[in-house]
Design a protein around this ligand. Sequence first.
Ligand code: TMP
Ligand code: ASP
Length: 237
Amino acid sequence: MQGPTKKEKIYEGKAKILYTTDNPDYLIQYFKDDATAFDATKRGTILQKGVCNNRISTKIFGLLESKGVPTHFVELLNDREMLVKKVQIVPVEVTIRNIVAGGMSKLLGLEEGIALESPVLEYHYKEDKLHDPLINDYHILALKIASKEELDVISKTSFMINEILKDFFTQKNLDLVDFKLEFGRCKGKIILADEISPDTCRLWDKDTRQKLDKDRFRRDLGGVEDAYQEVLKRVLS
Ligand code: TMP
Ligand code: ASP
């Protein structure tokens, strides 16, 4: 069977590019090796990151679909591309945290590594100029960023994804410290979009506590490429 035909670039973000296809309901999502941090004030390249993230996301979106989570994922096309459903992105980044790190450690002056009694959900308004500020349900409803019904689906689905992914990564000897999700509207439904990869998750080896995610790039820890390859290997094992 012939694959979809790539037509025009409609969006280029920091780590991915979206192209239209001959099917108006589908887009091609291309994964780049470009890496940015701190609102793109730090830039670099992580060799083969696009290939790793495409494969890792494919595996995770497939797992989530198999557990009943609707996602934009349609099929893997090649090393760096997947076919996805066209969605209208809800401009909110949902972060779920199981262990204190990064933004939560800074915000509350807590040491990284403290296990949380229950998962913490945060919303950040997706607006680079404002540095993706932390907002809550009331901001989202009052500013009509999403409806009450949509937000209920978003929060319930995010906690469900956390349970599925915590179990999955435990089998890979990794702690899912925290991660970021994006949702989109597709034919009147809210579905999971974007990617799930070491760019968007913090993953620590359970035994050594070694960081196997984008923090190696953000914090100049070295071994960045190896960390992505290691996560890919474990995810596919
Ligand atoms: P944070 O601790 O910096 O708020 O990050 C929480 C999680 O979200 C972490 O796993 C990395 C991910 N993340 C993104 O995917 N994109 C971003 O722009 C930021 C700041 C974090
Ligand atoms: N990708 C984000 C940026 O460049 C930040 C991050 O992932 O740390 O702003």
